[in-house]
Design a protein around this ligand. Structure first.
Ligand code: PLP
Ligand code: COI
Length: 340
């Protein structure tokens, strides 16, 4: 970094950092952690990750707190989900302890890229695991590479914490009913790229997917979960085809802390007419308030943020989460890992 980054104007893009960390699984065991200053990898062209999508990843963030300390948010939740994703597509799971050690190492090695307190930006960690064995038949690899790179990021949706619009399009599914939706595997994102680009070209932030079996219930918002506030209740979909979001789990807890009732259940599309607030939530999205949801197939428009502003509960949840991540408020649930 020759000159100071413009921390307040970062987008959700790739900014090169100093180091990344890697570890390979060979002969039935994980090897030594390697530190690299190259952001490329050299793998066999017949690697299972390249042909059959044997890839899973994670996304989590580190923050510079008010006290100057660096905190990584809910690292153990991401480690556990990465294990489930890997097992789901028959890859050797990364032990949680190794995941933790490598996250901390990647942050420490790139400490100068952790955005300053008050900038609104954070350091995004992207752990990923790929099958690297050469196979031509459709089979799992027996050798894997796990790596973590980090990059400083700003908001995922360019509107930031301002309401933006989402659309429902029944023409596309992100995942199959008994498919890989609960796992964070690359194939799910490949399946959603066309729908996502179409939604963007029509001015929407993302597609609000419906359950792929009956197309009756809400699933999730592109790369984020969905929640709504209905008569003082935090409602969020219960579905086998969505990614269990760490952010949603956190908001669920914070909503309860604020005295709200929480319901994790099927949410029929038509129920959107009766909610007072709604948002997309995730590590990248944090809480991105939803202004309007357009059901493209039926022509129904659900106007949620009637005055064009984020609702009070969404705002309170967002502020509470941020305050914990930035060390402004006591971490009563033990969510932060302080990088010493
Ligand atoms: N759903 C999908 C499909 C995602 O890619 C993400 C991002 O990780 C989320 C939801 C939000 O999950 P989390 O809050 O754990 O980042
Ligand atoms: C995240 O929220 O961490 C994500 O992974 C979303 C996305 C950029 C795929």
């Amino acid at each position: 970094m020759d000159k100071e980054l413009d921390w307040g104007n970062l987008t959700f893009g790739y900014v090169p950092t100093d180091y990344n960390v890697r570890c390979c699984y060979r002969d039935g065991k994980w090897g030594e952690i390697e530190v690299s200053s190259s952001d490329t990898i050299n793998i066999h062209m017949a690697a299972t990750s390249l042909h059959y999508g044997q890839e899973c990843f994670e996304g989590l963030k580190a923050f510079r707190g008010k006290d100057g300390k660096i905190r990584i948010f809910r690292l153990d939740e991401n480690a556990a989900r990465m294990r489930r994703s890997a097992e789901g597509i028959m890859m050797a799971p990364v032990p949680e302890e190794l995941f933790r050690e490598m996250c901390i190492k990647a942050v420490k090695l790139n400490e100068r890229f952790v955005p300053p307190y008050g900038s609104g930006a954070s350091l995004y960690l992207r752990p990923l695991e790929i099958g690297i064995s050469a196979k031509v038949g459709v089979k799992p690899a027996d050798e894997f590479m796990f790596m973590i790179f980090v990059t400083p990021v700003g908001p995922y949706f360019k509107t930031g914490f301002k309401p933006s619009n989402y659309c429902i399009m029944r023409e596309y599914d992100r995942v199959a009913p008994k498919g890989t939706g609960q796992w964070k595997v690359g194939g799910n994102y490949a399946a959603g790229i066309q729908a996502g680009e179409r939604a963007h070209s029509m001015g929407y932030s993302a597609v609000l997917y419906l359950d792929p079996k009956e197309k009756k219930y809400l699933d999730e918002c592109g790369p984020a979960n969905f929640f709504a506030i209905k008569d003082g209740v935090y409602i969020t979909p219960s579905s086998d085809s969505i990614l269990p979001s760490v952010t949603n789990k956190s908001f669920t807890q914070l909503a309860q802390d604020l005295g709200l009732k929480v319901e994790r259940r099927h949410i029929a599309v038509e129920e959107l007419a009766d909610v007072q607030e709604a948002a997309a939530c995730g590590t990248a999205a944090v809480a991105s308030p939803i202004g309007e949801i357009d059901d493209i197939d039926t022509g129904t428009k659900y106007v949620i943020a009637k005055d064009g502003n984020p609702g009070p509960v969404t705002t309170a949840l967002y502020n509470k989460l941020r305050a914990i991540q930035l060390g402004e408020e006591e971490d009563v649930h033990g969510w932060n890992t302080i990088v010493e």
